[in-house]
Design a protein around this ligand. Structure first.
Ligand code: SF4
Ligand code: SF4
Length: 160
C-alpha cells in the first residue's frame, strides 16, 4: 500500500517559502494557509440548498476546529465570549498578536491542504518547539531497557 507521502506530493519550493513567511507572522496563520490551499474538492460532502458547484471554494466553513484547538483560547476562554462566531476571523479577533505560533489551528482546519500540514508537522514544529534533549536521552534509555527485556523473554522462549 502506498504511504501518505507517496499519495500527497510534497510542497514545491515556492509554496514552502510562502508558508514559511506566513508562519513567521505572530498572528493566527490558519486563514492564510487556507487561502494558499486548493479549497473544496469535488468529492467533499456539503449540504447546499442550490446546485452551485463549490469546487475550489476556499472560504471558512465556520466549523470552529481552529477555535477549539487554540491553546490561548483554551487557557483564556473568556476571550471567546466576545463573539458567538466560530470562524478564522473570530480566531484572529480574539487571539491576534498573542498567537503562540503552535500551528494547531492550521492542522485542525479541513480547508488546509494535507501537504501544508505535512510540511508544518515535519519541518516547522520541530523548529519552533525544540525537543527536550533530556527527554530524548530518556527515550533512548527506555528503548535499551525494552530491548533487553524483549531479549530475555525471547531467550527464555527459545530455551524451552
Ligand atoms: S492555535 Fe496556535 S497558531 Fe493558531 S492562533 Fe492559536 S496559538 Fe496561534
Ligand atoms: S478550522 Fe474551520 S473555522 Fe477554522 S478556518 Fe478552517 S474552516 Fe474556518
Amino acid at each position: 500500500m502506498a504511504s501518505i507521502t507517496e499519495l500527497v506530493p510534497p510542497l514545491n519550493d515556492a509554496r514552502k517559502r510562502t508558508v514559511d513567511q506566513i508562519l513567521e507572522i505572530k498572528e493566527p496563520p490558519v486563514a492564510r494557509c487556507r487561502m494558499l490551499s486548493r479549497g473544496m474538492e469535488p468529492y467533499h460532502r456539503l449540504y447546499l440548498a442550490s446546485d452551485d458547484d463549490v469546487t475550489g471554494d476556499k472560504a471558512c466553513l465556520a466549523c470552529g476546529n481552529c477555535v477549539d484547538s487554540c491553546p490561548v483560547l483554551r487557557r483564556e476562554p473568556q476571550r471567546v465570549g466576545v463573539t458567538d462566531r466560530r470562524t478564522s476571523f473570530a480566531l484572529e479577533t480574539t487571539v491576534g498578536p498573542d498567537c503562540e505560533l503552535c500551528f494547531s489551528c492550521v492542522l485542525a482546519c479541513p480547508q488546509v491542504d494535507t501537504e501544508i500540514k505535512d510540511y508544518v508537522v515535519d519541518e516547522k514544529i520541530p523548529e519552533t518547539i525544540p525537543q527536550n534533549p533530556t527527554l530524548r536521552r530518556f527515550d533512548n534509555y527506555l528503548m535499551v531497557i525494552a530491548a533487553l527485556v524483549f531479549g530475555i523473554i525471547l531467550g527464555v522462549f527459545l530455551a524451552h
